[in-house]
Design a protein around this ligand. Sequence first.
Ligand code: 5GP
Length: 189
Amino acid sequence: MKLLQEAIEKRGEIINDSILKVDSFLNHQIDCALMEQIGIEFANYFKDKHFTKIVTIESSGIAPAVFAGLKMNLPVIFLKKSEPSTMKDPVYTEAFSFTKNRKYTLCMERSCLNPEDSVLFIDDFLANGQAFISAEDLVHQCNAKINGIGIVIEKSFQKGRQLIEEKGYDIYSLARIQEMKDNKIVWAK
Ligand code: 5GP
């Protein structure tokens, strides 16, 4: 997605060879016009597939997921990193944070998904695929299924895509980074 690639090149910051900071439009401040285009792009790509819900992870997956939800007319569930006292019957899983380099617990209300649900999973970044694996676990604990994966920024030099493809999922990443070196981004073909 050209608009997104331009935003990453102009407004992103390469922290090191494996971490990109995009706080100016996605991870802290949100560029709503860009998010709207992201929502349209996901809706176009997945237009022939059947989904009943979008699932993402708080907090940075919420903006792209909500704009996709608006364009696809789907509700959005965000998985929570801490359990609110109001949750009645949660399902839990352990997750590993790539950027924080530590484990954390993800949870959701079991009644959010049921066996008839066909889920589109959306997230801001794909690195080694650990966030996806944890989300997949929660979706499966509710006996629902994942029918597609939408990623805003994929770092193709890490293991996530291969792991997801080996599981047979349809994955669509809007910007695919092959390499980050000498303060420059090389895009995957
Ligand atoms: P994974 O679980 O695929 O290893 O990592 C994906 C998660 O880690 C995303 O949900 C995202 O929040 C975070 N993440 C991974 N790589 C980056 C990065 O380069 N920059 C930022 N800002 N977040 C990242």
